[in-house]
Design a protein around this ligand. Structure first.
Ligand code: SAM
Length: 277
């Protein structure tokens, strides 16, 4: 264990905010594993969301070309500026990551990677934003709640498989870096964590003619878990004729449950429905 985080917290008499998801890492092996797992090198421009008191940031600054950290808590800004003042390759943005236009930060940078011990209360909206707004990240290495990592990495017909699995797998390959126990943080979170790396694909994994429709069908299929695909699709207002034709064309049994479909089957189904619309 490393005491640096605790020392900085004590030095500034910093008060943790539960509502901002502040659980800071105190385990130097975990810090090193995140940097290694993210495959950070000296060509990389790293964006870090939620630097806290800068413990992970410091590890990143020693390896990367540049690190831009985005921190919402204004109380942490003077601490970060003081603790990381020796690093000329450090930039700090005091904003809500959910409201940031990452293109403005990335500019002309080529090798851009995101690394973050994410605040758990906004994990999913942050992942959705980072993936769907088309930013040129090569990879996203994120510490998240273990259950969310399992959902992201899930295969069809498992209880973890859902809309989040499909959204992430549409854009990325996923790789579990390591698990992290609550004892690696102050204060200790109530849940186990995992570090997962999302490697952005050059383009979406499957070709879909209408992305909105594709994700609408996915959401409907998982909103009505345990119901047949037929009933889930009917809930979207498609006519009986359209559904019969589309399901026959893509050779998918309407009695199947949505959660048994692979991403390739969802793409095929959505493209068939799109053709008959
Ligand atoms: N990186 C540090 C570490 O590993 O020890 C702290 C991680 S802590 C789990 C999450 C950090 O995200 C906190 O510093 C918190 O203030 C910050 N944060 C919370 N919500 C945020 C938001 N919407 N945008 C940017 N930062 C946020």
């Amino acid at each position: 264990m490393d005491n640096t985080t605790q020392q900085i917290v004590n030095k500034y008499n910093f008060k943790f905010s539960k509502s901002l998801g502040q659980n800071f890492l105190i385990d130097d092996q975990v810090l090193r594993d995140i940097v290694t797992g993210a495959e950070v090198n000296n060509d990389d421009f790293i964006i870090e969301i939620g630097p806290g008191v800068g413990t992970l940031t410091k590890e990143l600054l020693q390896v990367a070309k540049k690190v831009c950290a985005i921190e919402l808590d204004k109380d942490l800004i003077p601490i970060l500026n003081e603790e990381l003042k020796e690093f000329e390759n450090f930039e700090l943005v005091n904003k809500d990551a959910l409201k940031v236009n990452f293109d403005e930060i990335i500019g002309e940078e080529k090798s851009v990677k995101l690394v973050a011990n994410l605040p758990y209360y906004v994990t999913t909206p942050i992942i959705v934003k980072l993936l769907t707004e088309g930013y040129k990240f090569k990879s996203l290495t994120i510490m998240i709640q273990k259950e969310v990592a399992e959902r992201i990495d899930a295969k069809p017909s498992t209880k973890e498989y859902g809309a989040l699995s499909l959204l992430v797998q549409y854009y990325c390959d996923t790789e579990l870096v390591r698990k992290v126990s609550p004892s690696s943080f102050i204060p200790r979170p109530k849940v186990d964590s995992s570090v997962i790396r999302l490697n952005k694909l050059d383009g979406p994994r499957v070709k879909v003619d209408d992305e909105k429709l594709f994700f609408k069908i996915i959401r409907a299929s998982f909103n009505m878990r345990r119901k047949t695909l037929w009933n889930a699709l009917k809930s979207l207002g498609f006519s009986k004729d359209l559904l019969e034709n589309a399901l026959q064309e893509c050779d998918i049994d309407p009695k199947r449950r949505g959660e048994t479909l692979s991403i390739y089957e969802f793409a095929n189904l959505s493209n068939c429905i799109h053709r008959y619309k």
